[in-house]
Every structure is written in C-alpha cells, then in structure tokens.
Write a protein that binds this ligand. Structure first.
Ligand SMILES: [Ca+2]
Ligand SMILES: [Ca+2]
Ligand SMILES: [Ca+2]
Length: 203
C-alpha cells in the first residue's frame, strides 16, 4: 500500500516536472507567423512567438504606423533605440530537417544605410543585405538541425531604419523528399546570384 502511494507520488512529481519544463521551453516542429495579430508599436517586445534581445524592433503596418508593409503588419528589424534587434523564437525546433521561408524587403525609407541581417538556425545560414527600395522577396532554405535550436534574425547596426520582415514559416520536411528540393534551392540561389552579377556588370 505504502509502496503504491509512493509510486503514485513519484509519478505525479515526474508529470509536474515535465509540465514545468514544457511551459518554460517548448520544442516544436513548425511555426507560421505573419505578425498580423501583434500590436503596431515602436520597440515592441510582446510577440507571441519571439523574444527581442540585444536591441529593439518595431511592429509597423498598413493601415497605421508607417504603412510600409505590403499586407497588414511586418517587423522593422532595427527598432527605435539606435540598436538593431535580435528577434529569436521563444521555442526551439527539434532536431530534423525543415523548410524555412520568410519575406524580406529593403527599409523603404532611406538609401545608403547598409542594412543587413544574419539568419541563424542551427548556426548561421545566411547574411542578407538589401537596397532601401527593394520590394518584399520570398526566401526559402532547407535546413537540417543536428540538435534542437532557435531561429533568429539579427540585424546589423542601429540607425533606427532596418530591413522589413514578414511571413516567417517553418515546416518539417521528411529527409528523402528534402534532397531534390535542396538541390533545386541551391541551383535557384546560384542562378539568382549569377543574374545579379550580370545586372551589376551592366550598370
Ligand atoms: Ca504581415
Ligand atoms: Ca525602426
Ligand atoms: Ca539600418
């Protein structure tokens, strides 16, 4: 009798510990965020899915504050405290292969601000820079995480005017299906890079 009571108590403690750890640090396998349910504000820090560290970001949008996004809200990755933000998911993604996509635009305000963002997901996967008037462009990556990790966008500098981010999506990809996709993605990225170089050479 005593033994069974002790075992029940032990099981309850294990359940409690598990619940506590889930509440503080969830591990997930997908994310879909268009930021449209956030409140437009400068130096916004109340994201449903993201923490902001090492600086600030702004949530701006149409209609309302700085109508620079092409649909409802987006995130200006350089907030309004002269220190661009790091936007990092609250949850980690479990080890595995993922398709990561997001849309990114130039700052739509001022030229020559050298806007750039590092994207980390199981290590640095890309550093992207854009001219101020570049429209939103869809970026897609296939990423394999060897162990659980966060997704983060870290903007450079701090002139309060940064690249605009919207529509972040992470979906798990079965590995065999990922291989041809990955090849196609690399080829497409190579082609875009080649086109850009050709364009630059002509101007
Ligand atoms: Ca949006
Ligand atoms: Ca800003
Ligand atoms: Ca900037």
């Amino acid at each position: 009798m005593l033994k069974s009571v002790l075992m029940t108590a032990a099981a309850a403690m294990v359940a409690l510990t598990t619940m506590t750890s889930v509440a503080t640090s969830a591990t997930v396998t997908s994310l879909s965020d268009n930021f449209d349910s956030e409140t437009q504000a400068l130096n916004y820090g109340a994201f449903a899915n993201w923490n902001v560290s090492n600086g600030t970001v702004d949530v701006i949008g149409t209609p309302g504050r700085f109508p620079l996004c092409d649909s409802a809200n987006c995130v200006d990755l350089d907030g309004s405290t002269s220190n661009a933000g790091d936007l990092t998911t609250k949850d980690t993604f479990a080890a595995g292969t993922y398709e990561l996509s997001f849309r990114l635009a130039g700052n739509q305000r001022r030229s020559s601000l050298n806007d750039g963002v590092d994207i980390s997901f199981g290590g640095l996967i890309a550093t992207l820079t854009k001219a101020h008037n570049d429209p939103f462009q869809l970026y897609t990556y296939i990423v394999t995480l060897a162990s659980a990790d966060y997704l983060s966008f870290s903007h450079a500098g701090g002139d309060n005017i940064g690249l605009l981010l919207d529509d972040v999506n992470v979906t798990a990809v079965p590995l065999p299906a990922a291989l041809p996709l990955y090849g196609a993605g690399l080829a497409a990225m190579g082609f875009v890079g080649w086109r850009r170089k050709q364009k630059l050479a002509k101007t």
